[in-house]
Design a binder for this molecule. Structure first.
Ligand SMILES: [Zn+2]
Length: 379
């Protein structure tokens, strides 16, 4: 199907076909032609460059905005983040606003076409484990069954094997390595381990070791192994559902408290009390930037780790109409807040961070992390 027909039939109902710029028609017809006549794994030639199909489709579009292939390369792989960077680079590079909107539209359009044509990015064959790795795994299973190694050692060795497997996939350029790199909970070694090698230690709802599951999701679990895995999943879900309520409650409490508190009109309440902090890590060191120390001096560089520092804090503010500038620090003023503004924004940002971390705990909260301890050495 040609772009004119698609636009006419389904898209851009507010734009007449005749209003499509000449270059949009040309580029989109080229891209749609490439898309319909090639597979995702094919290399195709576009603007004198031999490129993988996905890259070629994007390059053909952004080249129109003056991007060279080397410039585009900086934004590959085109993840959500990189796409945002590419678009902002586009707006900086090209002053033609209308053209930028068309380029953005073309990227969106071809991205949708490409994404729906190849709804599955990974093929079943990507999940076939090489024979020698299977052999290695079977050796470990035999050692476990004969008692040569215990459950903890088995778990460790399987994890090592999973790491090696990932490295090999990356070397071979198999698309499963994209899955590992694409972030979130997916890039954990344990997920690859569970999927391809063996589930390993599983726990029951009381947090006790259930059994060692020696099969993977790819080869399939035996009924008892399936139940062992399911009870762990239930535990994870329980922890998740129990912990998500807490940040929700906290944000309500904070909202109620903070809705009354404003940035004071006062510069300095004159409070003599300060909060003493021990700088134990970089995160804490960074967090006190733009706050005032006890002498009223602005902290502009992070203090050394291991030192103690006293800072002005809203905890000890004596201002009657809110919190003064010295106790609050410059953080809010840098964001454009003025005296008199409410501090409600703080509760939202705290709650967002807490909710995200509570949801993440479903992946890591109930995982067993056993370590061998040599008590003779410890004593
Ligand atoms: Zn104060």
């Amino acid at each position: 199907m040609r772009i004119e027909e698609i636009v006419y039939k389904d898209y851009l109902i507010f734009t007449k076909q005749s209003e499509l710029p000449e270059y949009v028609i040309k580029i989109m017809n080229e891209d749609l032609q490439l898309l319909s006549s090639h597979d995702a794994t094919d290399k195709v030639k576009v603007r004198n460059k031999q490129l993988p199909l996905g890259v070629a489709l994007v390059y053909n579009i952004v080249a129109e905005a003056g991007f060279s292939y080397d410039e585009l390369k900086k934004f590959l792989p085109l993840t959500k983040k990189n796409l945002a960077k590419l678009l902002s680079a586009l707006y900086k590079k090209n002053n033609d606003g209308i053209k930028n909107i068309w380029i953005q539209w073309m990227l969106q359009f071809i991205g949708f076409q490409y994404g729906t044509k190849y709804a599955v990015s990974y093929q079943a064959s990507d999940f076939v484990v090489p024979d020698d790795v299977i052999l290695e795994k079977n050796k470990l299973v035999n050692k476990l069954n004969s008692g040569e190694i215990d459950a903890v050692e088995f778990d460790e060795k399987i994890k090592e094997l999973a790491k090696e497997l990932i490295k090999r996939y990356e070397r071979e350029g198999r698309s499963i390595s994209d899955l590992i790199h694409s972030g979130g909970a997916k890039n954990e070694i344990s997920n690859i381990q569970r999927m391809l090698l063996a589930r390993g230690l599983s726990i029951n709802s009381k947090g006790e070791i259930n059994k060692v599951v020696t099969t993977s999701l790819a080869e399939g679990h035996k009924p008892d192994e399936y139940v062992a895995g399911a009870s762990e999943a239930i535990t994870s879900q329980y922890h998740k559902s129990r912990s998500t309520a807490k940040p929700g409650y906290l944000v309500r409490s904070l909202n109620e408290l903070l809705s009354q508190i404003h940035i004071s009109e006062k510069e300095d309440c004159g409070s003599k009390k300060c909060l003493e902090l021990v700088i134990t890590n970089e995160l804490i060191a960074e967090s006190i930037l733009n706050r005032y120390d006890c002498n009223g001096k602005l902290i502009t560089s992070p203090p050394r780790i291991g030192t103690k520092i006293k800072i002005r804090s809203p905890l000890y503010c004596k201002a009657e109409d809110g919190i003064c500038r010295k106790c609050l620090g410059e953080i809010f003023f840098k964001k454009g807040y003025k005296p008199g503004d409410p501090l409600l924004i703080v509760s939202t940002s705290i709650a967002d961070a807490l909710t995200a971390s509570a949801l993440k705990s479903a992946h890591t909260g109930t995982k067993l992390n056993l370590q061998k301890v040599d008590f003779r050495k410890e004593i």
